[in-house]
Design a protein. Structure first.
Lengths: 413, 413
């Protein structure tokens, strides 16, 4: 009864596709290791409440959720941060701070099916818990940048746009936005790139209820993308100074790490999520052809909300889908194809036991070795060796069998 | 609102636990590479029908299944073979045969909660598709054995018990079991180890309806665990000879690979599953303290059933849970703990930028490097370096800053 298909939005990864995923995951792990992050994982299925607690009941529309056979409300994880918060909370006292952890979970969302939109993806999550100073923000952002650099991408390919919730708040409050409308205002400026300055100005005036001149002051601040321009703004408005210190320190640290070319200020980066409390950043391709490659920031209140343990925290997520598109586009994906060390050809079926002994010895020594399982003719065996990308072909002969050993050529290094 | 717990039967993997999983998966991948298997993956969520088609509707009781928001009946994958069959079937013509693939899926079953029983685990799946000769059976079984050897286990720790469905059938038919009661008889002898010979004899007589003498002949055959004993049986019953050739060839090949000490014949290995068609095997710890470490065999009919493409196939699954218990018990798990290359100590907070530059240069060179993110005192920084297992501690001084470079000691190799 043939005809089962992959569910819409899910991927079959054939070996060539999986080689790409392995390259991406391997690079993620390598950079995390250099930065001293340790890998963890949690269950792909979690109590539904873990997500509604963080994001509100409306998140359920986007989840793969159901009632399990034990009458529990459960969901396939749509993100990793609530699991991290739960795990850290459960052992908060026993863990050395700062906690620097990463994970590579597969995540699931029931999104409306659109061209190229998937319902699952893999995501690198790097988080630092238990460190409240901006040194941690610099460490995390540098890690995100270095992950992309490790794939061969440069500052000509991508840029990190950085904002700071405290600084943004100071600008908004200074422009007369009432505290209770700050979230509303954040969500409006988040649309700046898509909707343009005129539309945003109008909405700030109409919806948030501030003067046009105040809206213009906000738009002027959002327009400043270099550290210098922002420093000028702060110079003219001394009361902004205290809330600018962290952002300034962050950029100084990234400059010390020689990563200045990879960052710019963009106060319109809000990331919709109400839960960010400090630094917020997104990494984009410079050509602006793709969605964000990576997004993250500081979320100092989440742990106490989820786990009851009050620890400052920050992190980012980087998915495999946009990243794969970008690497493919820039020709930075590894060549596909298998490649093995040795292919052994038996001159005669009677030599199969000598061949098998040699194959097994080579494999025991760590080499990748293939041979014909079937009763293939000599010529076909050579063809198969070539198709498999064998570095050396070894023909096992009757003389080898008589002598009791098969001469093996060294692999050129 | 604290208090979310991990779902029963699911695991949180803290970094030390994940290091164990990484070691296991790394070893699995390493041996698969030596054998020329290529990795693939499929979706963890599949159409429910994929599993009921293979295993019948009763499987649903054990599944995490639900109706998704698009009214599709779906299930978290309980095994990988149906996905493999679907994927191979979809591209059967374009794939070079034999197909040698492996995967490391996370699998899910809603089992009744028992002590130590999990509802998810990771499983190495290795399969060969498109090769009907017993050479493939030897290749696959050798791979399973070598996976365990690669962990440091020896023939004193584990053994592969091997049966062959054709040979078993010949013995049963020869003892008078009617064709339509063969499956019933297989399921009875599958319980031999647990229930003992007397109980099995009684059930063969009472349920299958054969003579006591016939039941004894079956039990005598099941009792022979060395190749020699089975060869004697075949010698005395010439009509068994044709159905014995494959099993004999399999053992000859394993002997050629110097793996004879790892295999024994055990015709009572049935693995309940009706779908095995030839070789069937299970790997057990020699002390008999654990459930099977690994099980597999030849299933030549499944691909046409699932995908409509008629290709011979065989494979095995090896879960991470029993394997981890065994390795732990034998002291073969790697030591936990992090270990980094360098820890950099700043003598003074003012030196942070010099420190950051040096940290970043070392990380760019591939080293794992840590430093204090907070404003820790010198002594505390040294303590942290020690806690992180740093191989070298480097103190950044004012002189380094003045000179503009920090001397870095080589890592002893």
């Amino acid at each position: 009864m043939p005809g089962f298909k992959t569910l819409p939005g899910f991927r079959d990864l054939y070996p060539d596709d999986l080689a790409v995923r392995a390259h991406i995951m391997g690079t993620w792990r390598e950079v995390a290791r250099r930065y001293g992050f340790r890998e963890y994982d949690g269950p792909p299925l979690e109590p539904l409440g873990l997500y509604t607690e963080k994001s509100g009941p409306e998140i359920v529309q986007q989840l793969y959720n159901f009632t399990d056979k034990g009458e529990r409300e459960v969901a396939l994880r749509p993100e990793m941060t609530p699991t991290l918060a739960r795990m850290v909370g459960a052992r908060a006292n026993g863990l050395r701070k700062p906690i620097k952890w990463f994970a590579i979970p597969q995540l699931f969302r029931y999104e409306r099916q659109q061209r190229g939109r998937l319902r699952e993806h893999f995501q690198l999550n790097m988080d630092i818990v238990g460190e409240g100073t901006v040194a941690a923000d610099a460490e995390l952002l540098a890690a995100a940048i270095d992950v992309l650099r490790a794939f061969g991408l440069t500052h000509e390919d991508f840029v990190a746009r950085v904002s700071d919730r405290h600084f943004l708040r100071a600008i908004f409050v200074g422009a007369g936005v009432p505290a209770e409308r700050l979230t509303l205002a954040y969500n409006i400026v988040d649309k700046l790139e898509r909707e343009g300055a005129a539309a945003i100005r109008k909405r700030l005036v109409d919806t948030v209820g501030i003067e046009t001149a105040s809206a213009d002051r906000i738009l002027d601040a959002l327009n400043r993308t270099s550290l210098k321009e922002v420093e000028d703004l702060v110079g003219e408005n001394e009361w902004l100074h205290p809330d600018f210190l962290d952002l300034k320190d962050l950029f100084d640290r990234l400059r010390a790490m020689d990563l200045e070319a990879y960052v710019q200020i963009d106060l319109s980066v809000v990331r919709g999520l109400a839960y960010y409390t400090g630094t917020v950043f997104e990494l984009f391709d410079r050509r602006g052809e793709l969605r964000a490659i990576c997004g993250g920031g500081r979320y100092d209140d989440l742990l106490s909300q989820i786990s009851g343990v009050d620890l400052p925290a920050l992190g980012f997520g980087m998915g495999d889908v946009v990243l794969t598109e970008l690497l493919k586009d820039r020709g930075l994906l590894p060549k596909s194809g298998q490649g093995i060390d040795y292919y052994l050809v038996a001159e005669d079926y009677e030599l199969r036991h000598v061949l098998l002994r040699t194959v097994h010895q080579l494999r025991d020594a760590g080499c990748s070795v293939e041979y014909s399982l079937g009763l293939a003719l000599r010529n076909r065996q050579f063809k198969e060796a070539s198709a498999l990308g064998a570095r050396k072909v070894v023909v096992v002969t009757a003389e080898d069998a008589a002598r009791g050993s098969v001469p093996i050529p060294e692999l050129s290094s």
